[in-house]
Write a protein that binds this ligand. Structure first.
Ligand code: GLP
Length: 272
């Protein structure tokens, strides 16, 4: 895993938007996996700016969102569908027929889940998957205990997730309004992406960031499965990185990367 520690959430969002922009520039018909939550909001804002100010073209981009609450219609103001429309899709030239958000109101969610898997495959697979992380280490809505080989399916939310999301999206004390079930890409679905970009900011994410980056791979912290993936970039702000044991090393690695390999090898050869 590549661990990049930046000063604050603003720098994290700028860097993340830059990585997504570069992906679109390199492959205009790329497939993006997208995430909701407060963490990627500023990244989407910057992507909108890349579109309006620099003409970043989304017309051939295909998107697949990670998850959705079960039981919420797409028009519900707390649905992830609405979140994505408001934060990104309504403000860029993405083709609506290429946008995929799991259906919260499907009559047969399990059948929908397997259709979603097929659609991802038919699109050629996800080139770049954006992720946040839940307080209990979930990616998507893969709560503790989710199989690391899981695919898109229905998942029951933990009480902690319900409380966290009540505060963020429904207002303090509104836990009873938060749906208890979700439809989410599985851990293995996420691991199939070519490249993965996880963002985390703020001191409240520090303990779980330490666990998923430096702890064992375990289904009890599903983000830890990212250790098995060959192309993961994690961008953390200083607060979220504050509990990492090897913080100094990750920063050192980034410092070394500033020097191109050929130059570094030349410098070593000259010194010998
Ligand atoms: C929800 C989403 C996750 C997201 C998490 C963290 O549970 N299903 O995909 O990563 O929230 O949210 P936040 O970024 O607001 O901390």
């Amino acid at each position: 895993m590549e661990i990049i520690i930046v000063a604050d959430a603003q720098q994290m969002s700028e860097m993340a938007a830059g990585i997504i922009r570069d992906q679109i520039l390199v492959k205009p018909d790329c497939v993006l996996g997208l995430a909701t939550g407060s963490t990627p909001e500023a990244t989407y804002k910057r992507l909108v700016r890349h579109h309006t100010e620099d003409g970043l073209d989304f017309s051939q981009v295909t998107t697949f969102n990670l998850d959705e609450y079960l039981g919420l219609p797409p028009t519900h103001e707390q649905s992830y569908h609405t979140f994505m429309q408001d934060r990104l899709f309504n403000h860029v030239n993405v083709d609506p027929t290429r946008v995929h958000v799991p259906k919260g109101m499907s009559a047969d969610p399990e059948a929908f889940a397997s259709w979603y898997e097929d659609e991802i495959e038919a699109s050629g697979g996800i080139d770049l998957q954006l992720l946040g992380i839940g307080g209990d280490g979930h990616i998507g809505f893969n709560e503790p205990g989710s199989s690391l080989s899981s695919r898109t399916r229905v998942k029951t939310l933990t009480k902690q997730t319900i409380e966290d999301n009540a505060r963020l999206f429904f207002g303090e004390g509104q836990e009873h309004l938060v749906p208890r079930f979700s439809i989410t890409m599985g851990v293995a679905t996420i691991l199939d992406a070519q490249r993965i970009l996880l963002l985390a900011a703020g001191a409240q994410k520090a303990p779980i960031c330490q666990k998923f980056i430096e702890g064992p791979v375990t289904s009890m912290v599903t983000a830890s499965a990212l250790q098995l993936h060959p192309a993961v970039t994690v961008i953390l702000d200083e607060a979220a990185a504050s509990k990492l044991e090897h913080r100094g090393y990750y920063k050192w690695v980034q410092e070394q990367k500033k020097e191109e390999y050929p130059a570094a090898l030349r410098r070593i050869a000259q010194a010998l």
